[in-house]
Design a protein around this ligand. Structure first.
Ligand code: SF4
Ligand code: WCC
Ligand code: FE2
Length: 622
C-alpha cells in the first residue's frame, strides 16, 4: 500500500489506488512498471520504423551501427521521429476542430436538432475576421458562410491561415521571413508525413523548422477553430464556480461521466441530464437526481461553460471507475486509455464509445452525429438511470474541492474593464512579475500532479500569474489554487491584485485546444505594449506531459515566441544537434526555445529567471 504514496500526491488518488489494489484492478502505474526498463534506443529517439528495410536503430555509444539501412543518421532519425509526433498531435487537435465546423455547418442547414448558436456576437466577430458580410444576415446564414470559410483553412487554397492575423505584426513578419508561416492545416500535417517518408527531407534543421510550421497550423489553425467554434455553438466561458476530485460523485444520484475532448457529445449529454422528464425517471428509480461530471478535456469544456463538476485528470480515469459509483461513462476521443473497458467490467459501469473514429475494447458503440445527438443522448441517459439499480457497494472517500473556472480571454478582459491595461500596469510596476502557462497531461513517469502543483505554487509565491489548461488545470483546482482565498498562497504583489479583482492567482483557461486562449491573451498584451510575444515576461510549461498533442502545443508556443519548459524528456537525446537547436538555436530563429527539467522546483527557477531577464530587457525595473 505504500506504493500509492509514491504514485500520486493527491488524497483521492491515493485512497482510490488502495481501493483498486483491493479490487485487483490493474492501473496505468502497474502497466508502466511492467514496461520498465523501457527501450533505451526508443527513449533517445534512435529507433526508426518508417520503412520496411528497417526497423533500424543507431548505437548511441558509437560501437554499433551509426546509420539505418537507408543511410539515415542519428540526427535525421531523431528529427523525423519528433516531426511525426508534432504531425500526430496537430492532426488530433485539428480533426477535433473540423468536427466542430461540421456541426456549425449542420446548424446552418437546420440539420442539428438540439444545437444552436449560443454566442451570436462572437459568431459575428469571427465571421467579420473571415471577411464575411454579417449585416442584416440571420445567424444561420452567417454560420454557414463561416463554416465554409473555415473549411478553406484546412486545405491548400490559402497562402496564410486566416486567424494568424490575430498574432502581433512582428511575429507574422518573422514567420514569413523564416518560412514557417502556416498555409493550410491539413497541408502542413500532410507535408510532414511526406517529408519524413524515406528519402525525402534529410535535413534535420529543415525538418524541425517544418515541425514548427506544422505546430503553428494547430495553434493558430485547428485548435483555434476548435475553441472559437465551441464558443459560438455553446457559449463563451464566463467565471463560474465548480467542484473537483472524485468526491464530485454522488452516492445517492445517478452518476454519468463524460471523458474525452469534444463538447459536441458532452453538451448534448448535459441537455439530456437536465430534462425534467428524465430527472423524474431517475427519482422514480430511487435516485436523488442525475449528476453529470467530467474527466479530462471534455470535462474542462463543460466546467468552463456550465460549472459542471470535474472528477479527475488523466491518471484518475481508471480510478474513478473503481469507485463503483459510475453508472455510465461516455467517451469520444483522445487520452482515453484502452484499458477502461476492462476496468469497468469489474463494476456495473456501462461504457459507451460515441465517435465514428474511436473504438475501444469492452465498450458499447453508440455513434453520435449532429442529426441524432439530441435523441441518442436522451436514450443513453435513460439507460444510465436504469443502471443505477444495478450498483454494488460504492466508495467515494473524499469531499470535493471548490474551484473557479471559465476564464476565457473575453472574461479576463471583461474583469479588467475591457482592456488589458490594468494587468499591464501591474506587470509594469512589478506587482505581477509576469505570467506562465502551466499546461498538459499526467504521466506515470512523474508522481501524479506533483509537477503541476509544485511548479504552480512556486510561481504564484513569486508573483507570477498562472494560466492553466487541460489536466494541469484539474491538478491545480484539486490543490485548492482556484478559489479567491487562494490569493493567500501568492506573493504580496499578486495577492494584492487578485484580492482587488476577486480572482484566484491561477486562472483556468480551459481544455487543451484552449491553449490558444493563452496565445491570444499574450498577443493582446504584446499589442498593447507594441512589442512581440517573445519580448514579454511570460513562459510556458508542461510539467507532466505525455501526449503527441503536448509536443505540438509546446512547439507552437515556442514558435509563437514563448519560452517553454518540459518536464519529461522528449525522445531526442540521441541527437545532440537536435537537442541544441531546440534548446539554444531556436532563440535566434523564433526568439524562444525549449528547456527540459523534470524537477518542478528547478523548472520554477528557470521560469523565474527567464521572466526576470525579459523584464530587464523591457526596462521594467529600471
Ligand atoms: Fe531504417 Fe531508413 Fe527505413 Fe528508417 S527509413 S527504417 S532508418 S531504412
Ligand atoms: Ni489534454 Fe494531456 Fe489531459 Fe490528454 S486531456 S492527458 S492531452 S492534458
Ligand atoms: Fe525500441
Amino acid at each position: 500500500l505504500k506504493d500509492a504514496e509514491k504514485r500520486t500526491v493527491t488524497e483521492d488518488g491515493r485512497l482510490m489506488l488502495e481501493k483498486a489494489e483491493k479490487d485487483r484492478i490493474e492501473t496505468v502505474w502497474d502497466r508502466y512498471a511492467a514496461q520498465t526498463p523501457q527501450c533505451g534506443y526508443c527513449e533517445m529517439g534512435l529507433s526508426c520504423r518508417i520503412c520496411n528495410m528497417g526497423p533500424c536503430r543507431i548505437d548511441p555509444f558509437g560501437e554499433g551501427p551509426r546509420q539505418g539501412v537507408c543511410g539515415a543518421d542519428a540526427d535525421i532519425i531523431v528529427a523525423r521521429n519528433l516531426g511525426r509526433m508534432v504531425a500526430a498531435g496537430a492532426a488530433a487537435h485539428s480533426d477535433h476542430g473540423r468536427d466542430l465546423v461540421e456541426v456549425l455547418a449542420a446548424v446552418a442547414e437546420g440539420k442539428a436538432p438540439g444545437y444552436g448558436i449560443a454566442d451570436p456576437d462572437k459568431l459575428k466577430r469571427v465571421a467579420a475576421e473571415y471577411g464575411i458580410e454579417t449585416e442584416g444576415k440571420p445567424p444561420h446564414a452567417v454560420a454557414g458562410a463561416l463554416a465554409d470559410a473555415m473549411m478553406g483553412d484546412f486545405g491548400s487554397r490559402r497562402k496564410e491561415l486566416s486567424m494568424v492575423r490575430r498574432a502581433p505584426a512582428k511575429r507574422r513578419e518573422l514567420w514569413r521571413k523564416t518560412g514557417i508561416m502556416p498555409r493550410g492545416i491539413d497541408r502542413e500535417t500532410s507535408e510532414m508525413m511526406h517529408r519524413t517518408h524515406m528519402g525525402v527531407d534529410n535535413g534535420w534543421q529543415s525538418l524541425l523548422l517544418h515541425a514548427l510550421r506544422n505546430a503553428l497550423s494547430d495553434g493558430w489553425g485547428g485548435s483555434m477553430i476548435a475553441t472559437e467554434v465551441s464558443d459560438i455553438l455553446f457559449g463563451t466561458p464566463k467565471p463560474s464556480a465548480n467542484t473537483v476530485n472524485v468526491g464530485v460523485l454522488k452516492a445517492d444520484q445517478v452518476n454519468i461521466i463524460v471523458h474525452g475532448h469534444n463538447p459536441v457529445v458532452s453538451e448534448m449529454l448535459l441537455q439530456a441530464c437536465q430534462s425534467p422528464d428524465i430527472i423524474d425517471l431517475a427519482k422514480a428509480k430511487g435516485a436523488a437526481g442525475i449528476n453529470l461530471a467530467g474527466l479530462c478535456c471534455t470535462g474542462n469544456e463543460l466546467l468552463m461553460r456550465h460549472g459542471i463538476p470535474m472528477a479527475g485528470n488523466h491518471l484518475m480515469t481508471e480510478l474513478v471507475i473503481a469507485t463503483g459509483a459510475v453508472d455510465m461513462m461516455l467517451v469520444d476521443y483522445q487520452c482515453i486509455m484502452p484499458s477502461l473497458g476492462k476496468t469497468a467490467s469489474c463494476y456495473h459501469t456501462l461504457m459507451i464509445s460515441t465517435s465514428d473514429k474511436a473504438r475501444f475494447p469492452g465498450m458499447t458503440h453508440r455513434e453520435f452525429h449532429p442529426e441524432n445527438a439530441r435523441d441518442l443522448a436522451r436514450d443513453l441517459v435513460k439507460e444510465a438511470v436504469e443502471n443505477f439499480g444495478r450498483r454494488g457497494r460504492v466508495y467515494i472517500p473524499v469531499e470535493p474541492v471548490p474551484s473557479l473556472g471559465g476564464f476565457s480571454v473575453e472574461a479576463i478582459l471583461g474583469a479588467l474593464g475591457g482592456t488589458p491595461d490594468p494587468l499591464l500596469d501591474a506587470v509594469k510596476d512589478g506587482r505581477i512579475r509576469g505570467a506562465a502557462g502551466v499546461v498538459g497531461c499526467n504521466n506515470p513517469k512523474i508522481k501524479h500532479d506533483y509537477g503541476h502543483i509544485t511548479l504552480t505554487r512556486q510561481l504564484i509565491e513569486n508573483d507570477i500569474l498562472v494560466l492553466d489548461t487541460g489536466c494541469a488545470a484539474i491538478a491545480n483546482a484539486k490543490a485548492g489554487f482556484k478559489v479567491a482565498e487562494a490569493a493567500e498562497y501568492a506573493g504580496p504583489g499578486l495577492k494584492a491584485v487578485c484580492s482587488a479583482l476577486g480572482i484566484p492567482p491561477v486562472l483556468h483557461m480551459g481544455s487543451c485546444v484552449d491553449n490558444v486562449r493563452i496565445l491570444l491573451l499574450a498577443s493582446a498584451l504584446a499589442d498593447s505594449l507594441g512589442c512581440d510575444i517573445s519580448d514579454l515576461p511570460v513562459a510556458g510549461s508542461a510539467p507532466e506531459w505525455y501526449s503527441e498533442k503536448a509536443v505540438s502545443i509546446g512547439a507552437y508556443f515556442v514558435a509563437s515566441g514563448v519560452y517553454t519548459v518540459l518536464g519529461p524528456m522528449p525522445p531526442i537525446t540521441g541527437s545532440m544537434n537536435v537537442v541544441k537547436l531546440l534548446t539554444e538555436g531556436l532563440n535566434d530563429v523564433v526568439g524562444a526555445g525549449f528547456a527540459v527539467e523534470p524537477d518542478p522546483e528547478k523548472a520554477g527557477i528557470l521560469i523565474r529567471r527567464h521572466i526576470e531577464s525579459k523584464r530587464k530587457q523591457l526596462g521594467l525595473d529600471a
